[in-house]
Every structure is written in structure tokens, then in C-alpha cells.
Design a protein around this ligand. Structure first.
Ligand code: PLP
Length: 462
């Protein structure tokens, strides 16, 4: 053995020092040892390179570096973040924020046993798929409903269960990528149905669908809501009612993938018109699909509602249903969220996404002034600035909502560096850099996070 390495005490000796005894009190033994071994390995390598001369390794700095490493290792990977981007349904930041009653229901149902698949009245096995069904039927006018993992899985389920091995007619203007590499043509392929492209990108008429169905192998007409982009100019699309008419005539089910699933009139939120699940069903669509965590403001889920019972009954029996099934937490959170929509005014007041959407510029300006006052002593330059929020989450493309933000500047610090600093705080704040300024849109910062924002911005100066 290289003589120099004798300058490193044995692991046994190290772990018996006061410093390490203290560390073991607060951290799992195996984790401490594995970190310690890495540290020792590094010390060895440095010694062999001759970085230390004749000094014995000291315990205190060694203990400090182990503690530092422990802090990094024990920090959860999933952390809360302040969203100052102004993107309301930010998929990368977790999409919808849940209402208080949804959080309470998820906590209560998960903390103990529940009647997830148990029929209380007769003491027999029940179905988890019954739980949100009644509410979904009530709110959308559907005859049947099924909740799965997310919108994508709901679409795969519909395609596989309703059109396996058959042709699915989709307008070329609707062969979209929804985000995260989720492309309608690929989803169609993987579900075992065959895509038949209909019409052109900008114009698709009902006659194009009729022609495409001529092969006799068609199994479904699929309408996909263009949720994340607009087609403008010389355009034409077949109306939902004409698709339903053609579907009836040819005996083909019509499925409408709506995406966002807003359950109240978009106009009442100042949003551009978009069909609600209820409207789509009332036009005779067989199955409507939407997400739980977009404008509905609930947990991640994919919801299928049907104007009849047959298709959903088939899906429930499909083996794929087991693979895509939702957890009790999702059902608890979704049921609580849905219950708020029984009174649209209650939904507007309680669903955080809807509240954010309807926050007025005046209200946001008031909060901005309060924040500026609280930051008055700090050596950062913070100003109130007009900005624009967007919906995000692949919904309402091109729609911009006037908003109020804080522009943050520190002398000698570029906006990009400032953004990096803000992201590296204990509760990271994500802003956006616009016109060479770091901007924090207050619309997507929850009111009860204002104090945290003040702390975060104050700590930037140091
Ligand atoms: C968002 C979206 C989906 C996918 O839903 P997820 O819940 O994100 O899986 C599918 N179709 C449309 C039209 C969408 O907008």
C-alpha cells in the first residue's frame, strides 16, 4: 500500500468520531456510509496525485462535505415551484392546481381504506369506475362515463375498443401533435386502428369523409379538437353535426377528442368559443374525450363520456381498461372537483385555474404594489409591468390575457443569470425573459405564495 494513504483514517475510526456519531443520529446509516466511501475514494485519488503532502486527513472538513452531500441526496426530486411564467396550464410545471376540497378528499381517501371497489350496501365487490360516473353524467348529459389515466390513454382506449383493425377517418387538418411527442397518427397506429387521412390541411368537407369511407373498412370517424394551434385563411371543416349525420347514415361511431374539457361556458371566462363536452354530446357525438387536468382543473385523468351506454360498457370489459386504470386518489380528487361544477359560480370561486383566469388586472396591480412595497428596502430593482398570460397545456392557442407582472433587475446581472439564480433557490421561481427583462407574471403566482415570492426576491440581493 502506498504510504501516503496511511494519512487517511480507517472508516471505522472515522465513524466513531463525535462528528460522525452526530451525523448517524440524523441520517440513514447506509446512505452516510456510501457517501463517506465516495469521499474517501476521492481523497485517495487526490493523495495519490500528490495533492496532500504529509497532512493527516481532518475529520471536520470531511464531515462537512458528507453533510453537504447528504443535503443534496435527501432533497426530494419532486419539488414545489413558483410559476411566474404566466402560462396557466403549464404542463412542465404540473398543469392544473387542485381545489382545496379535492386535496382534502385525496388526503382522506388515501389515508385509510375506502369503498374503491366495494359496494357498501350489499357488502359485495363493486366497480371503481362507478365513482365519478354519476357526476359526469349529470354535468355533461351523458348516458355513460369512464375515467382513465389521462387524455392520451382515453383516446387509445376508444380507438382500440371501438375500431381495432379498422380504418379511422381523421381530417388532415387535425393530425396534430399535442405535446411531449404525442402525435395523433402515432397514437392511432399503436392502438391497432388504421389511420385514413381525409381532405387537406386547410379544407376538409363532409364529402371527403364520405369518399374515404367508401372502402367499407371504416370503423370510426374521429374529430380532434385543434387545441394547440390555429388554422386561418382559406379554411373549411365539416361541422360536428354533419359528421354525426354521416356516421348515422354509414353506421360509424363519431368520437370527439376535445382536449381541454371546460365544463362551463367559455364566454363567461372571456375565452373564445370552444365546444364543451355537453354541447358535443348534444349534437349526437357517440364518445367525447377530455382531460382532467386541463381547464377542468382536476387531477390528471382521461375522461370518456358517451351519449349511449354500449361503447363505454365495451371499454370497461376491455383488458386495456385494467392497464389504464386510475388510482383512488385520482377518483377522489376528480369527484371533489366535479362536484364544484354543480354550481358554476362555486366552480369559478373554488377551482384555482378558473380563479387565475378570471383575476382582473386591477386585482393583480394591487398585489404588485403590495409586493413592491414589501421589497422597498431590497437592493434589487422591481417594477410593475404590463404583460400577457396564456392558457398553455395545449389549450386556447393564440389567446392572450392581459396581465400584470414584476420586472426584476439587479445591477450587473443579466436577465438570464437572474433567471438561473431564481431557479436555484430552495423554492425555485420560474419567470420568463422578455425584452431583455426578467419578468414574473403574477397571474400564475397564487395569492398565498406572495410571501414566498417576497422572500425569494429579497434573497437575490445577498
Ligand atoms: C391534451 C390533449 C390530449 C392529451 O391529453 P392528456 O391528458 O395530456 O394525455 C389529447 N387530445 C387533445 C385534443 C388534447 O388537447
Amino acid at each position: 500500500m502506498n504510504d501516503k494513504l496511511r494519512l487517511i483514517p480507517s472508516v471505522e475510526l472515522i465513524t466513531q468520531t463525535d462528528q460522525f456519531i452526530e451525523i448517524f443520529k440524523n441520517h440513514p446509516r447506509a446512505l452516510v456510509l456510501s457517501i463517506l466511501n465516495v469521499e474517501i475514494e476521492q481523497l485517495r485519488n487526490r493523495m495519490l496525485k500528490g495533492e496532500f503532502h504529509d497532512k493527516t486527513v481532518e475529520i471536520i472538513p470531511l464531515a462537512d462535505s458528507v453533510k453537504k452531500e447528504l443535503l443534496i441526496c435527501e432533497k426530494p426530486s419532486l419539488n414545489r415551484v413558483l410559476n411566474g411564467t404566466g402560462v396557466i396550464l403549464h404542463t412542465n410545471l404540473g398543469r392544473a392546481i387542485l381545489a382545496k376540497n379535492a386535496l382534502a378528499a385525496m388526503g382522506m381517501i388515501s389515508a385509510g381504506y375506502s369503498n374503491l371497489e366495494y359496494d357498501i350496501s350489499n357488502g359485495m365487490r363493486g366497480s371503481r369506475y362507478d365513482h365519478c360516473s354519476l357526476l359526469l353524467k349529470e354535468l355533461t348529459g351523458a348516458q355513460s362515463a369512464l375515467v382513465l389515466n389521462n387524455g392520451a390513454s382515453a383516446l387509445v382506449m376508444a380507438l382500440r375498443s371501438m375500431a381495432f383493425g379498422k380504418e379511422v377517418l381523421v381530417s388532415r387538418g387535425e393530425l396534430v401533435e399535442i405535446g411531449g411527442g404525442f402525435r395523433i397518427p402515432e397514437i392511432l397506429e399503436c392502438s391497432g386502428a388504421r389511420l385514413v387521412e381525409v381532405g387537406t390541411t386547410n379544407r376538409t368537407r363532409i364529402e371527403d369523409y364520405r369518399k374515404a369511407a367508401g372502402s367499407g373498412k371504416a370503423g370510426m370517424i374521429l374529430k380532434v379538437h385543434r387545441s394547440n394551434f390555429n388554422i386561418t385563411g382559406f379554411t373549411e371543416e365539416a361541422s360536428l353535426s354533419s359528421l354525426v349525420g354521416l356516421g348515422r347514415e354509414l353506421g360509424l361511431p363519431v368520437v370527439h377528442d376535445l382536449g381541454s374539457g371546460l365544463l362551463i361556458d367559455p364566454g363567461s371566462l372571456g375565452l373564445p368559443p370552444e365546444p364543451t363536452p355537453k354541447e358535443s354530446l348534444s349534437q349526437g357525438t357517440d364518445i367525447v374525450i377530455f382531460s382532467g387536468d386541463k381547464l377542468l382543473g382536476g387531477p390528471q385523468a382521461g375522461i370518456l363520456v358517451g351519449s349511449g351506454e354500449e361503447w363505454i360498457t365495451g371499454m370497461r370489459k376491455d383488458p386495456l381498461c385494467r392497464a389504464l386504470r386510475v388510482d383512488k386518489m385520482t377518483l377522489a380528487g376528480l369527484e371533489a372537483t366535479l362536484s364544484l361544477y354543480r354550481d358554476p359560480n362555486v366552480a369559478m370561486a373554488e377551482v384555482p385555474i378558473l380563479r387565475m383566469l378570471s383575476a382582473s388586472v386591477g386585482e393583480l396591480t394591487e398585489r404588485a404594489s403590495m409586493l413592491i412595497a414589501a421589497l422597498a428596502g431590497a437592493s434589487i430593482n422591481v417594477e410593475v409591468i404590463d404583460c400577457c398570460s396564456v392558457m398553455g397545456g395545449g389549450t386556447f392557442p393564440g389567446f392572450e390575457l392581459p396581465s400584470i407582472g414584476l420586472s426584476v433587475e439587479i445591477l450587473g446581472c443579466s436577465p438570464d443569470r437572474l433567471a438561473t439564480k431564481l431557479r436555484s433557490l430552495e423554492v425555485p421561481t420560474v419567470g420568463r425573459v422578455e425584452k431583455d427583462l426578467l419578468l414574473i407574471d403574477l397571474r400564475t403566482i397564487l395569492q398565498d405564495q406572495d410571501q414566498q415570492l417576497i422572500e425569494n426576491l429579497s434573497s437575490l440581493c445577498s
